[in-house]
Design a protein around this ligand. Structure first.
Ligand code: ADP
Ligand code: MG
Length: 301
């Protein structure tokens, strides 16, 4: 099967862990071992990943050099995809020596009139106490929002419309190359009036971008790997219930939080409705069993 596998932020950094190169390497190694099991089973894999903590850190590092202007988010997004993609490629290649790998920056067209630009929702970087978050927001022109009982910077998250490198990605996938792309949800670009492209300050949701990629690549499955073993109905309540096999219509009857499970469920519904092919959501370590239908949540039409 051709599988687009999207790695959540926890694949790169566990919640609460400081973002050091060593921690990231350790977690990428765990992710690589789960992905290698899919490759060894004969699946053709395209790997995508998030970048929330990483792009936030790069933004802070960039802002810390006060004698120069901070780099814009599209450039920092590209940097984060290089940093993370490099580690994924290296750790995977160390486990699966018979394959070729390629890490590609991925430009994704968004609409400059997307309402998301007026309503930033995507949290990036570390969490702060309220007073510190408010001071930083004033100093740096950030928009901030509560994240649990702390605060975080939020940036616009427009809908991904078109993956510009899709023909190159297809070309490689058809030649049995394992491609790592759409890092951090891809780099958001808009078309100018003359048709030329320019980057824009935003972070695209990696689940929605992966869903678009899976549709454009005609993948057989969209697999979203995270730190929870399934999608739950009534999550966090005393009678929460893991959903095993569900239809897109059943999923539409539930509510999921916008900052976490919501985009995964939307991404699954969009892919499965458009293609008739399954989507699946579950824990990174269970990747192979999720694909076999033994664990996680499997979504069909
Ligand atoms: P990722 O970095 O993998 O995208 P997210 O934090 O965005 O991770 O989404 C996964 C999280 O969604 C889980 O850790 C879980 O706490 C949360 N979550 C919210 N609602 C649900 C639900 N209904 N079922 C399962 N998990 C949920
Ligand atoms: Mg997420």
């Amino acid at each position: 099967m051709r599988i687009v596998a999207a790695l959540g932020g926890n694949a790169l950094l566990r919640r609460g862990e400081p973002l050091t190169a060593q921690n990231q390497r350790k977690n990428v190694r765990r992710a690589a071992s789960a992905l290698a099991a899919l490759i060894n089973e004969g699946h053709s894999l395209v790997v995508t990943h998030g970048n929330g903590p990483q792009v936030g850190l790069l933004a802070l590092q960039s802002a810390a050099t006060s004698d120069t202007e901070a780099f814009p988010l599209d450039v920092l997004g590209a940097e984060s995809a290089g940093m993370i993609g490099y580690m994924i490629e290296q750790e995977l290649a160390n486990l699966v020596s018979a394959k070729s790998f390629a890490t590609l920056l991925t430009l994704i067209k968004v609409d400059p009139r997307d309402p998301a630009f007026a309503h930033p929702t995507k949290p990036i970087g570390p969490v702060y106490d309220e007073a510190i978050a408010k001071r930083l927001a004033g100093e740096r022109g950030w928009v901030i929002a509560p994240d649990g009982d702390r605060w975080r910077r939020v940036v616009p998250s427009p809908r991904p419309l078109e993956i510009l490198e899709v023909s190159v990605i297809s070309y490689l996938v058809e030649r049995d190359v394992v491609v790592i792309c759409t890092g951090g949800g891809g780099i958001p670009v808009i078309a100018r009036d003359d048709g030329s492209m320019v980057g824009i300050e935003a972070v695209i949701d990696k689940d929605l971008a992966s869903s678009l990629l899976a549709r454009q690549l005609k993948a057989d499955m969209l697999l979203m790997l995270t730190d929870v073993d399934a999608v739950y109905a009534g999550y966090g309540t005393s009678d929460q219930r893991a959903l095993g096999k569900v239809t897109t219509t059943e999923l539409m009857g539930h509510d999921f939080p916008a900052g976490s499970m919501g985009p995964k469920v939307s991404a699954a519904i969009e892919f499965t409705e458009a293609t008739g092919k399954p989507s699946a959501i579950g824990r990174l370590e269970d990747a192979l069993e999720i694909v076999k239908g033994l664990r996680g949540t499997r979504i069909d039409t």
